[in-house]
Design a protein around this ligand. Structure first.
Ligand SMILES: [Zn+2]
Length: 330
């Protein structure tokens, strides 16, 4: 049984590292602001100092890393959009060389790590089929099916932000139009509110406060984002037959102005017998969800209760032993 592992969360605004036990408890954690500037080694030193400090708190058996994309996966060569100092930075290799000591080290897109943490210990606890999504400056997501993270051909499965919510809608950073991200990300909500006459601070949190206070422009902007989210999610749960969708990130904390239209759009569209009852809920893990999720990448999966009750149980056992072999050889 694994005693504890390290989880590393790399973001454009903060770096964090924690020591996480097999049942998802954080026993030590540190974070620091991501150093600004273009020097890759400055960022690496800041991260290495964090890992040194947390590693000194107790033994660990493996290291999991969540990092923003894009990345060359599974090689772990990262070029996070919001961290310009790292372009083609060999993060997995660096962590393995400095801190691995022969232990397994795994990396994944931060949204996949986040989804896995939510599925194991957050809003999706006890469920085997979960979408974890983060709605903030962007809209990201990761999939856990059958209790396991889904990689996809290039490590990019789960990018729900680029499912179209409004055909012909606003231009998206990906080059397409009307993507969920182009409609529901925080800056898009703020811009939409301004276009509707909002005169307060043009950021999503201020607009959320305005919406909660009854401002019409702010309410309309959040209603549009909520409808887009609910509609896309109804399609996604129909495609994937999920049990839980966990929605985190700053925008998800807007409260009723987002969640009421989200839930009603979802209810209007999710009419199949297996989609109607899907739980679409706020994320269950706190500010260190990314750290805990990264740790989950290298912790053995518990067998989800919903699988224990089905005939799939034997397949899960087989998968677990295969994965354990893979990890010890990594
Ligand atoms: Zn897009």
């Amino acid at each position: 049984m694994t005693a504890a592992v390290l989880g590393i969360d790399v973001g454009g605004t903060k770096l964090a590292c924690g020591r996480v036990t097999g049942d998802g408890r954080l026993t030590a954690v540190r974070r620091t602001a991501t150093p600004p500037g273009e020097d890759p080694e400055t960022v690496w030193r800041a991260l290495a100092d964090l890992v040194d400090a947390v590693g000194a708190e107790g033994p660990y058996d493996a290291i999991g890393i969540g990092c923003g994309g894009p990345m060359r996966w599974p090689d772990g060569v990262v070029s996070p959009l919001n961290l310009p100092a790292w372009r083609g930075f060999p993060l997995l290799e660096r962590v393995r060389a400095r801190f691995g000591g022969g232990r397994p080290v795994r990396i994944h897109n931060d949204a996949v790590a986040y989804a896995l943490g939510e599925a194991r210990w957050g809003a999706g606890r006890g469920a085997a089929h979960v979408l974890g999504m983060v709605v903030s400056t962007g809209v990201g997501g990761g999939l856990v099916l059958g209790g396991r993270p889904v990689d996809g051909a290039t490590g990019n499965a789960g990018h729900i932000g680029h499912v179209v919510a409004e055909p012909g809608g606003p231009r998206c950073g990906c080059g397409g139009r009307g993507c969920l991200e182009a409609v529901a990300r925080g800056p898009a909500i703020a811009a939409d509110a301004v276009a509707r006459g909002w005169t307060g601070d043009p950021d999503a949190q201020a607009v959320a406060a305005g919406a909660r206070a009854g401002d019409r422009a702010a309410l309309a902007a959040y209603a549009r984002a909520g409808q887009a989210l609910g509609t896309v999610l109804a399609g996604v749960v129909a495609l994937l037959d999920l049990e839980v969708v966990s929605v985190g990130g700053g925008v998800a904390q807007a409260g009723a102005p987002l969640w009421d239209p989200l839930r009603s759009a979802f209810a209007a569209q999710a009419r199949l017998h297996y989609t109607r009852g899907v739980r679409v809920v706020p994320a269950g893990l706190g500010p260190y969800a990314g750290v805990v999720g990264a740790a989950a990448l290298v912790l053995p999966p518990p067998v989800p209760a919903s699988l224990l009750e089905s005939s799939l149980t034997r397949g899960v056992d087989d998968d677990s032993s295969r994965d354990a072999g893979k990890r010890s050889g990594a």
